[in-house]
Design a protein around this ligand. Structure first.
Ligand SMILES: [Mg+2]
Length: 180
């Protein structure tokens, strides 16, 4: 961990979804709202983090669509459910980007490739990647952030502590405490 990160309200927060906001299913996908469980401290963390940032977006790989396990519409149902929970907890997410493509094709939108970051900057031109934080639980999240010049934050899950990141936290509330 380097010196405490000094952010200001012009910064952008990029959040991974599975394993960062909600419980990641091992060798499976969140296919419906019954399988979507917020991680402990995630909602409180988003509530505390969102006012600190100009823009807060989610970037999530969802090749379950490319694999025809769920449809875009079924993913939208899961995301509406997630957003309802976040709004009820007075948190704010400005946009959700997802990559439906199969990993085997190494699509530009799939983390660690930078496509969803570029997409976000097209929609929110104020985004400055040097003044952005990428939070996730996997190597591909950290590589995505590093490639775009972001500060990287790893959410520890008991198995991933060996992954390199600028900051390591136990959950999103822990990150908020670190930044405030
Ligand atoms: Mg994840």
């Amino acid at each position: 961990m380097h010196d405490k990160l000094a952010i200001d309200p012009s910064w952008t927060l990029f959040l991974d979804r599975d394993g960062t906001i909600n419980r990641r299913l091992i060798d499976d996908y969140v296919k419906n709202i019954e399988e979507f469980d917020f991680l402990p401290n995630a909602l409180e963390g988003i509530f505390e983090l969102s006012p600190l940032f100009d823009t807060v977006v989610i970037v999530t790989n969802q090749q379950c669509i490319g694999r025809e396990i769920i449809t875009h519409e079924e993913l939208a149902v899961v995301h509406n459910h997630m957003m309802d929970g976040i709004k009820a907890a007075h948190g704010r997410i400005d946009q959700i980007y997802y990559c439906p493509e199969l990993a085997v094709f190494d699509p530009i939108c799939r983390k660690p490739n930078p496509g969803m970051g570029i997409q976000a900057k097209e929609e929110f031109p104020n985004i400055d990647f040097e003044k952005s934080i990428m939070v996730g639980d996997t190597l591909s999240d950290m590589q995505f952030g590093q490639r775009l010049g972001m500060t990287t934050v790893l959410v520890l899950d008991g198995t991933n502590a060996n992954i390199e990141a600028d900051i390591k936290v136990s959950d999103l509330k822990n990150l908020a405490s670190y930044l405030i």
